[in-house]
Design a protein around this ligand. Sequence first.
Ligand code: AMP
Length: 277
Amino acid sequence: MRVIKQISKLQLNLLNQKKIGKKVHLIPTMGALHDGHISLVKSAKAKKAIRIVSIFVNPDQFSPNEDLNKYPSTIKHDLKLLKKERVDIVFLPNKDEIKKYKIKYKIPNLSIENKLCGKTRPHFFPGVKKIVTKLFDIIEPDKSFFGEKDYQQYLVIKELCKKMKRKTVIVKCRTIRDQKGLALSSRNNYLNEKEKKMAQKINQLVKQFLPFFRKNLKVGTGTQMLKKDLYKHGIDSIDYLKIFTEQLTTRKKLNDKCRLFIAVKIGSTRLIDNYKI
Ligand code: AMP
């Protein structure tokens, strides 16, 4: 496993790999790796491909009042995990070099950016699009792997690639959860024991309502009841609790493929998740 920080070094290395017919599979992350990230790394394994994991806490996707400065960093542990998975390259971009890296074209606005997380965190998707565009420009991956856990982000990146006519295939990987159903997230590190129990409870409560949402188009009362239950169990605030189709459009028919999207705050920790209906 090679750990590379410099863009030109990475590009030279990739050139050599591509010359001998290797495909390139990229897994972008912000580090503090857990089994969710590792499942992406495993999905990206292929005989004729090398795997690159990038670790970069992207300042552009945090607003000034968010958790950039306390975002967990466990680089030694991360490298150990990735070595165990036999990852080929870990790209640890230098903050200044990546900041200076120029994108030569305009990044398009996408309508799906303005919903859900885009409403409360308007800086988030522009920041994500910028870093992913830079990584894709530098690496030109054949495939890139993203978690269903951040479903809207997956859609944004897929849409971005389509609009930019990129050849990179965006692969969606299923959400990995703990034994109690809590979706693994680097931000779970912020939760104390009591808060973690609350977070685990969300899964249980949401699941009770899924059959109702499956069978009903009018879900207003159901979502109100679920919200009430969530507050009763100590959730501090609910940013959104919405049902949309898998393209983030309004559900019209009962058999439209849909998901329930949820974002909550427990203490000062913001958690997001989504469930197939
Ligand atoms: P992050 O480091 O949080 O930016 O996440 C990097 C990638 O890992 C993103 O594509 C996430 O969607 C994915 N990811 C994070 N948590 C999970 C999880 N619990 N299960 C599957 N993928 C995940």
